[in-house]
Design a protein around this ligand. Structure first.
Ligand SMILES: Cc1cc2nc3c(=O)[nH]c(=O)nc-3n(C[C@H](O)[C@H](O)[C@H](O)COP(=O)(O)OP(=O)(O)OC[C@H]3O[C@@H](n4cnc5c(N)ncnc54)[C@H](O)[C@@H]3O)c2cc1C
Length: 369
């Protein structure tokens, strides 16, 4: 039997960031990860930080995402100084290309609500698009420029979070799967097959696999997988300054000539195969907007699962009937963006019982009646 103040189940960006924040203030924390940290969606993501582009209008989700984006500069500096790892945070905006009449119509609506909310957004003519991103096709029309959006190296983020958490004293138990969980007013016990972990509080951060974890507790966490497939191209040098969004897809330049092209949205369960159809469509769309990539080497392909929820909002807060068990999951398309704010809110809940800001995301919203 191993005991700690807090047990975190799942070592993705969400679990590792919460572990880090709690250990920083002196709590003993164990992370139980059935594979290795980052093995789920967190290392497979694009790393875009797009609260504005991802929203259809004002609301709780936009507010949460804006709050998290605002935390990123200080969060990345702190992580750098505590882990020694640069997480490649960049805040040079994002560009959304307007490829057809439907895009133009949606752009008008988007500009309108941004104006109402006082959020910066600019419409660019074709020549202005090429001025800021000269490696795009000259045949394209205009675009929308979101000057405050950004990107981060999501793989580096997980590596840095693990390193910073270890410096703060977090113990990682990799290769151990949570098989059972019991809770009463005194605390929580988690079985992994290899060991039993006891603690005052458990935080469930199982990403797309959270339903299975909730089922073991007897609480319905209605998280389901939304598959995304990606292609990585290799070019000699960096090609784009910022994420380029086009027709529901995107390209993102990463350091040393890596270009990530994505990403499909497939509701097909836990099917992790990379398929010919998906790769064909990603490359076709990519080369249409950036023919200069036609000779790039295809360096990698992969698929993973976004943790989706029925209402599109994350699930953050205490599990009804099991107050010492907290859920932090269901971040869908924006878990990398939402990492700093989730860590802050969940740490506040564990340490001080603070519930402020959590109400719209409470797990209890899925309980009948
Ligand atoms: C293709 C793709 C592109 C994306 N692009 C972006 C983007 O550009 N920007 C953005 O903000 N977000 C993006 N996302 C979403 C983002 O990746 C996720 O929302 C985020 O990574 C979720 O983090 P997590 O820690 O909750 O889950 P995960 O990273 O999936 O971690 C969950 C962990 O729990 C472990 N686990 C599960 N069950 C158990 C168990 N029973 N016992 C022990 N361990 C367990 C898993 O092994 C896994 O490591 C993308 C996702 C995908 C798939």
């Amino acid at each position: 039997m191993k005991s700690s103040d807090v047990i975190i189940v799942g070592g993705g960006a969400i679990g590792c960031s919460i572990a880090w924040r709690l250990a920083q203030v002196g709590l003993s924390v164990s992370v139980i990860e059935r594979d290795v940290p980052g093995a789920g969606a967190s290392s497979s993501a694009g790393g875009m930080l797009l609260p504005q582009e991802e929203s259809n209008g004002p609301g709780d989700m936009l507010n949460l995402m804006l709050q998290s984006r605002a935390l990123y500069p200080a969060f990345s500096e702190e992580l750098h100084s505590e882990s020694g790892i640069d997480i490649e945070f960049k805040s040079k905006g994002a560009l959304k290309l307007l490829l057809d009449e439907e895009d133009e119509r949606l752009a008008d609506k988007c500009l309108e609500w941004h104006r109402r909310e006082g959020l910066p957004l600019e419409r660019l003519a074709s020549a202005e698009v090429l001025e800021i991103e000269p490696n795009l096709s000259p045949e394209l029309g205009g675009g929308l420029f979101f000057p405050n959006e950004g990107q981060v190296g999501n793989r580096k983020l997980v590596v840095a979070l693990v390193a910073a958490a270890q410096v703060a004293g977090v113990e990682f138990h990799n290769g151990e799967e949570m098989l059972g969980i019991r809770a009463d007013e005194k605390g929580v016990e988690i079985e992994t097959g290899a060991d039993t972990y006891s603690g005052a509080t458990a935080v469930l951060c199982g990403g797309a696999w959270s339903k299975e974890i909730g089922d073991r507790l007897g609480f319905g966490l209605p998280v389901f997988p939304y598959k995304g497939q990606m292609v990585q191209l290799q070019v000699p040098a960096s090609m784009f300054e910022r994420p380029i969004l086009h027709g529901g897809a995107y390209i993102i330049s990463k350091p040393v000539g890596r270009v990530i092209c994505g990403g499909t949205m497939e509701k097909v369960g836990f099917d992790k195969r990379v398929t010919g159809e998906a790769i064909h469509s990603i490359l076709e769309n990519t080369l249409r907007i950036a023919p200069s990539l036609s000779n790039a080497e295809v360096a990698d392909t992969w698929a993973c699962f976004r943790p989706a929820t029925p209402d599109g909002l994350p699930i953050l807060g205490r599990i009804p009937g099991s107050p010492n068990i907290i859920a932090a999951t269901g971040h869908f398309r924006n878990g990398i963006l939402l990492t700093p704010v989730t860590a802050e809110l969940i740490a506040g809940l564990v340490l001080k019982g603070e519930e402020e800001g959590l109400a719209p995301f409470a797990p209890g919203r899925f309980v009948d009646g």
